[in-house]
Design a protein around this ligand. Structure first.
Ligand code: ADP
Ligand code: MG
Length: 145
């Protein structure tokens, strides 16, 4: 975790495309075992951000959906596998109990929506906080988890 977007940074994006571009840029800095904690209200743009991560890793972003009934989605075919977790339906979650393949996560990038619902802190994770600031503007803060 050094250099590039992985250092603490604040951004304002003006569109979903902007947010995806930011996530694409971040994806270039990611390595196996990296975890992205996504924090933000419904409609903030967490899933949009994950689509950008997918694109940046060389995965078809069309594969990335909001996993309404599936808590964990795995997307392969890119530079690294992307494991997408969405905890929206849970009040509190333990990663060991939701069917996450820890070995696969260690080999890929783990992106967790509603990460504030995790019961245990994840060491070394990167936190991406997205706030709706009116219209299509979003404030995005990237920093240590
Ligand atoms: P979440 O996963 O946080 O609930 P989504 O990514 O599913 O949110 O949805 C975000 C919605 O907000 C989409 O409809 C998207 O088009 C819209 N949107 C508008 N402006 C932005 C922006 N700057 N960044 C991301 N999404 C945006
Ligand atoms: Mg979502």
């Amino acid at each position: 975790m050094d250099g590039g977007l992985k250092m603490s940074n604040r951004f304002v994006t003006a569109s979903e495309d902007d947010t995806r571009a930011l996530a694409r840029e971040l994806a270039a800095d990611l390595a196996a075992g990296d975890t992205i904690l996504l924090i933000g209200d419904l409609g903030a743009g967490k899933t949009a951000f994950v689509r950008g991560l997918a694109e940046g890793l060389g995965i078809d972003p069309g594969e990335v959906t909001s996993p309404t009934f599936t808590l964990v989605h795995e997307y392969r075919g890119g530079r690294l596998p992307l494991i997408h977790v969405d905890l929206y339906r849970l009040d509190a979650a333990d990663l060991d109990e939701i069917g996450l393949d820890a070995d696969l996560a260690a080999q890929g990038v783990l992106a967790i929506e509603w990460a504030e619902r995790l019961l245990r802190e994840l060491q070394g994770a990167l936190r991406v906080t997205i706030q709706d600031s009116g219209g299509d503007a979003r404030r995005i803060a990237i920093g240590p988890g």
